[in-house]
Design a protein around this ligand. Sequence first.
Ligand code: SAM
Ligand code: SF4
Length: 337
Amino acid sequence: MSQPAASDNSMLIDRFGRRVDYLRISITDRCDFRCIYCMAEDMTFLPRAQILTLEEIFTLARVFTELGVNKIRVTGGEPLVRKGALGLLRRLGRLPGLRNLVLTTNGSQLENAAGALRDAGVRRLNISLDTLQADKFRQLTRVGDLQQVLRGIDAARQAGFERLKINAVILKNRNHREVGDLLQFAIDQGLDISFIEEMPLGLVNAHDRAEAYYSSDAIKQDLERRFALLATPEQTGGPSRYHRVVGSDTRVGFISPHSHNFCATCNRVRLTVEGRLLLCLGNEHSVDLKRVLRANPGDDQVLKQAIVAAMQIKPERHEFNLREQPVILRHMNVTGG
Ligand code: SAM
Ligand code: SF4
């Protein structure tokens, strides 16, 4: 293969003509919560030697931006529990070519970290919040403290991010009756909100995923009893389909991997905490970039070739099926949601 030139920013195009310009990076598999849809109660985390160093993450991010990636989402696990996360974000925030640095967090550390994140150049935050009831919050996260997260959301509002969005995974008979209250909370706080259908990633032991399935259409119907929603073609570069809540600034997104497949417009790839470049959330097609990086220290060209070649194995679509045991055994915290 010919050598990709460092300045060529249209290298990442897959077999289906989709341009990849968005990278999600899981910077740690660890977390201070144990959400029932994300983790098993008893998780074993990866040994340190197996995960990318912060320097390696930065190198890979830089190389991706040189290949045309202009948006990076840092996620995990809980990204803010990794030591040095802020320093990494500061460096990412200075990468030329990166227009959009964003972060997904459970909010537990935001009370202290929000201002520093904004200063680091993080433009938008997605904050996970599935319920406004303290006891249910504890059940869903197994260990989390709702008040701590609400204080974090407050701090984020003060810090002046361009946009804050709540992510709520909705499970039938756990929190599906709260969708209206969650939307009202978002409206009152001037936030956007996305409702997410649970994805069958990794084995979880707290519930049966098929029984807990609550579709985006059902959520939308529930919301429309209380709110006027207006479909909008607005995109934020992710898989959400958006509606505006009439009379407010709030946008409501629906992330519907089961009921509305979003693969046709997929513009993203993921870097797992182990340095695996994952071409699709719902498939195992991947390339071991950690191996390439460690075998060729300082050689950007080899890395770029590996990344460009990886586009050829990006699958056309995901294959989630709630009624079968997950084919995808990796948990969301390793993958990076
Ligand atoms: N710890 C951070 C957080 O919770 O926001 C970032 C990582 S978390 C894996 C990213 C997002 O994935 C969260 O909004 C979480 O609710 C969502 N998530 C986790 N497991 C999921 C699953 N099985 N299906 C759908 N969404 C999931
Ligand atoms: Fe942690 Fe986020 Fe997974 Fe919850 S969803 S266990 S907060 S990584």
